[in-house]
Design a binder for this molecule. Structure first.
Ligand code: IPE
Ligand code: IPE
Ligand code: MG
Length: 233
């Protein structure tokens, strides 16, 4: 149990292909993926992982057919309405990261509600990346820095890595130590670009709805065997 990653990022990918293999619509895969999210968050919490960030919907996922986007929004609403019950007695804090401004009002209300009701959770932080894009996050930090210069709070020469880090969506989550991507794709797809500069990566062919606690343990175990040098020797 030593050298556990404190922050794990998970790209929950492969729902559509999982459903297709069963001759079912993609939305069926998304429902299975949402159930899997509950299970793996529970598992990670019991295992002692402090922060988990899951990629639920990217800024590029709006390019999908409307009926698929609608099905995803229904699942999201469902989580925002019922997620609290699932978290009962767990001391977990939920935080949504991403561009909230362009989300429907009902979803924004649901987000405010779950964040407010879980804000004192101490044992685990669950971050849901929603309408999230790593580039957009960096752009939004750059805009905030520009505002600070304009208002005379800082000088442009004060803009450095530490300042930009502090202007990301949720600086207190820290950088992800380990990023897991199932589904056989070997890319970040715009996930946590700033924070992943020195993250370890773990890829697997498993489709997200088939992912298990054992797979999470395998990823953690591989992580523990790695030698993180951060540019040193
Ligand atoms: C991930 O599964 C869920 C979201 C992107 C919302 P996909 O829907 O991308 O599933 P595949 O990659 O097409 O199988
Ligand atoms: C990344 O998966 C986004 C989420 C899992 C939410 P995608 O399925 O959208 O990524 P690409 O298109 O394969 O890169
Ligand atoms: Mg995909």
């Amino acid at each position: 149990m030593e050298h556990l990653p404190s922050h794990i990022g998970i790209i929950m990918d492969g729902n559509g292909r999982w459903a297709k293999k069963r001759g079912m619509p993609r939305s069926f895969g998304h429902s299975a993926g949402a159930k899997k999210f509950d299970e793996i968050i529970d598992f990670a919490g019991n295992f002692g992982i402090k922060v988990v960030t899951v990629y639920a919907f990217s800024t590029e996922n709006w390019n999908r057919p409307k009926e698929e986007v609608d099905a995803l929004m229904v699942l999201l609403n469902d989580y925002l309405e019922n997620g609290l019950k699932k978290l009962a007695g767990k001391d977990t804090r939920v935080k949504i990261i991403g561009d909230m401004a362009s989300l429907p009002e009902s979803i924004r209300k649901g987000i405010e509600n779950i964040e407010e009701k879980t804000k004192d959770g101490k044992s685990m932080l669950v971050q849901i990346a929603l309408n999230y894009g790593g580039r957009l996050e960096i752009v939004s930090a750059a805009k905030k820095a520009a505002e600070m210069v304009k208002e005379g709070k800082i000088d442009s020469s004060d803009i450095d890595e530490a300042l930009l880090s502090s202007l990301m969506y949720n600086p207190e989550a820290g950088d992800p130590d380990l990023i897991i991507r199932p589904s056989g794709e070997y890319r970040l797809s715009n996930f946590l670009l700033w924070g992943s500069a020195y993250s370890e990566f773990w890829f697997s062919d498993i489709l997200w709805p088939d992912f298990t606690g054992d797979d999470l343990i395998k990823a953690i175990y591989d992580y523990q065997k790695r030698n993180r040098r951060f540019g040193g020797v």
